[in-house]
Ligand binder design. Structure first.
Ligand SMILES: Cc1cc2nc3c(=O)[nH]c(=O)nc-3n(C[C@H](O)[C@H](O)[C@H](O)COP(=O)(O)OP(=O)(O)OC[C@H]3O[C@@H](n4cnc5c(N)ncnc54)[C@H](O)[C@@H]3O)c2cc1C
Length: 369
């Protein structure tokens, strides 16, 4: 059997690619060593958020959010897709200036964002502590339960004839994918969507792991209404050497509170790090003191696949016409999976893309400086 495309990885990125490519009429096989949504996707937070760190990041996140909104009419209730919106919380006047800058950016790019003063912030989220300067409300952001959403995308691909295989890819070859058991899955094109393991199959790809912790509580309906992120989050997200924590809270439709987030480089073990966990929860208690009284039911860790410039690698590998990469989505892979999939399908099918694919090209990984 020869497939048009073999996708390595059934995380949300591989699943989205499978859905887009199979829907376009290509014969697709998805290969995963551990099963659907078993890697970083299982550990994520599911916040679909438009980010403005760079023009390229804004383009991919806002394009992807639009695709999620379009898909939402098809998503079953188990995907818990909700437009809860994001409030970027400003602790002081300096952060409020940052909220204003952010608002100007969104507005100048055609998105809507509403500035909140101290009182309107408290009215929107009564459990935040008093004395916070204000915030920025972005109503169009949403939340999805990424595990069921990944399964939904896989099901959609299967409905269009895609096949799912459990097996470990050992190498990408001119014929397709060589499995660890020696078998070769023959394919015209291969998409490496192996997340943090992508460099094992495409050598030289600069993707490293950034460890994160999350905590989920019992059900407390109404305790919080929006995804809440401190504006200092961006400093944490971009810290490239030291460990960092930031207040990042998500109300789930079940009434549970999902609490993040931490970032650690150079840590390979999955163990819960009590020191960083304490720092992370203490940070959250500073913003929402009532969190101290909630009961946590589970704590876990995951590894974000991080690239040197915080943009994913999406597109053709320079040294191979038939090998594509869709990996390195850091803390935004749930958000950007659908846009990534369209860019990959466009590249394979020779279609024009809705946004410029250039900033995400794997070429920059191999460029000499
Ligand atoms: C704590 C935390 C919070 C996050 N919160 C958010 C959020 O709120 N919003 C957001 O947008 N993103 C978030 N993310 C990021 C998001 O989870 C990731 O960017 C995304 O899940 C990456 O998906 P992926 O499909 O690329 O990788 P993965 O989900 O890791 O999938 C890769 C798959 O490849 C398979 N694989 C690897 N090697 C091989 C091989 N050799 N052969 C066969 N199969 C192989 C693995 O088994 C795995 O299933 C968060 C991440 C973390 C850790």
């Amino acid at each position: 059997m020869t497939y048009d495309v073999a996708i390595i990885g059934a995380g949300i990125v591989g699943a989205a690619c499978a859905s887009a490519l199979a829907s376009a009429g290509l014969s697709v096989v998805v290969i995963d060593s551990a099963g659907i949504a078993s890697g970083t996707t299982a550990a994520g937070m599911g916040h679909i958020v438009v980010m403005d760190d760079s023009e390229a990041q804004f383009a991919l996140t806002s394009y992807s959010q639009k695709l999620w909104d379009e898909l939402s009419t098809e998503l079953p209730p188990s995907c818990e897709y909700e437009h809860c919106g994001t409030i970027w919380v400003a602790a002081d006047d300096e952060e409020l200036s940052e909220a204003r800058r952010k608002q100007e950016f969104y507005t100048s790019h055609g998105s809507t964002a509403e500035l909140l003063d101290e009182r309107s912030l408290r009215a929107a989220e009564p459990n935040l502590r008093e004395g916070l300067a204000g915030g920025l409300l972005v109503k169009s952001d949403s939340v999805v339960y990424q595990l069921t959403a990944t399964q939904f995308l896989i099901n959609k691909a299967e409905q269009h004839g895609a096949e799912i295989r459990i097996g470990s890819a050992a190498a990408i070859t001119a014929e397709g994918v060589k499995l660890a058991n020696g078998e070769v899955v023959s394919a015209g094109a291969v998409v490496n969507a192996a997340g943090v393991a992508a460099p094992d199959l495409s050598s030289g790809l600069k993707i490293v792991k950034k460890k994160g912790h999350l905590v989920i509580t019992q059900r407390y309906p109404g305790f919080a209404r929006h995804q809440l992120i401190e504006l200092g989050y961006l400093k944490s997200a971009h810290a490239s050497r030291s460990d960092s924590v930031a207040f990042n809270l998500q109300p789930r439709s079940t009434g549970q509170i999902l609490l993040g987030s931490s970032r650690q480089f150079g840590v390979e073990d999955e163990e819960i790090d009590q020191v960083i966990l304490r720092r992370m929860t203490e940070r959250a208690f500073e913003y929402m003191p009532g969190l101290r009284d909630l009961l946590a039911v589970r704590i876990w860790t995951g590894f974000r696949p991080t690239t040197p410039d915080n943009l994913p690698f999406i597109g053709n590998l320079p040294d191979s016409k038939s090998t594509y990469v869709a990996a390195g989505h850091e803390g935004l892979g749930i958000t950007t999976a659908l846009g990534t999939a369209e860019l990959i399908a466009d590249a394979i099918l020779g279609r024009e893309s809705a946004i410029s694919p250039e900033p995400y090209s794997p070429d920059r990984n191999f460029a000499q400086h």
